[in-house]
Design a protein. Structure first.
Length: 304
């Protein structure tokens, strides 16, 4: 729905506050779809709104924007979001260079094992058990894979058509890689799930978002995941805030990051993959693949 989505009203509200307060510097974060080619009206609205604020108030905000993967700054989670930063006096902000990645000149990505390796692997907590129709199928999916494992192109049993489900369906963490993006709308089959085929605890979700260990929640796990799935990883906020302080506020930076997870060395071997339970064998067969972008059932319904 893009700008027709009622949630897009938050963009106008942000610009109103920016106009009224005129801070010395600002940061705005939003989903990376804001900058999709051909669908960037949200980003265009923000940038044109900032130009209007400059004309009305005499400020000289010169916004810099960038799509950032949180993992490139040491967060143990791949999470792409758009960040916009500007200073009131016209300073041009430069986003910090990536510090983590697969190139040899960068530090290795922080992994799910780095974040969770010291926590109980199989806690006795009924709230973390898988539930629903597909619960017994998850143990048959290897670490780092999702339902695509059980398609004709995967290595398992052909139970589904290629790309006919959403990416996070039966998605499982791998110890030796960053986590996949945490979801804000959890469902019984919506991952990422722990490599031991269970839900992630609130403590584990916080670790993957680089929230401080002292944080506590007075609500259920679904509400915790909804909040954390909508949140900015604390380490990304720390990295960019340090640069804003240095470049736009002319203040000193601490010598070292406070929220960067420590490396735990090589992750243990991967968990054993279970056989597909007999109850799912009837689903095996030749399944049609997704026809392509813009050609699926939802796209056809919207076009109609």
């Amino acid at each position: 729905m893009r700008l027709d989505d009622p949630r897009a009203d938050t963009l106008a509200a942000y610009l109103r506050v920016l106009r009224d307060v005129q801070p010395k510097a600002f940061l705005l974060e939003n989903v990376y779809g804001l900058a999709y080619k051909g669908k960037s009206e949200g980003l265009d609205r923000i940038l044109s709104g900032i130009e209007q604020i400059n004309r009305e108030t005499g400020s000289r905000y010169c916004p810099a924007w960038q799509v950032i993967d949180a993992a490139s700054y040491g967060v143990p989670q791949h999470r792409e979001r758009v960040f916009i930063v500007a200073g009131r006096d016209g300073q041009l902000f430069r986003f910090p260079e990536p510090t983590h990645g697969e190139h040899k000149e960068l530090e290795p990505f922080r992994t799910a094992w780095d974040a969770l390796g010291d926590l109980p692997q199989r806690p006795n907590d009924p709230a973390l058990r898988m539930r629903g129709k597909w619960a017994d199928l998850l143990p048959s999916i290897p670490e780092g894979e999702n339902y695509l494992w059980h398609t004709a192109r995967g290595g398992g049993m052909p139970l589904f058509g290629w790309r006919t489900r959403y990416w996070s369906f039966l998605l499982k963490l791998a110890k030796d890689r960053p986590s996949w993006t945490l979801q804000a709308q959890p469902g019984p089959a919506t991952g990422p799930f722990h490599w031991t085929s269970r839900r992630l605890s609130s403590y584990e979700l916080c670790r993957l978002q680089t929230f401080p260990d002292e944080l506590r929640f007075d609500c259920g796990l679904n509400d915790v995941q909804r909040m954390l799935g909508n949140a900015v990883p604390s380490l990304v906020a720390e990295v960019i805030a340090r640069e804003m302080r240095h470049q736009l506020l002319e203040g000193p930076m601490r010598k070292r990051l406070q929220l960067l997870p420590q490396r735990r060395g090589q992750a243990p071997r991967r968990e054993r993959v279970a056989d597909v339970p007999a109850v799912f064998h009837s689903l095996a067969g030749n399944h049609a693949e997704h026809p392509g972008e813009g050609l699926g059932n939802r796209a056809r319904r919207r076009a109609a």
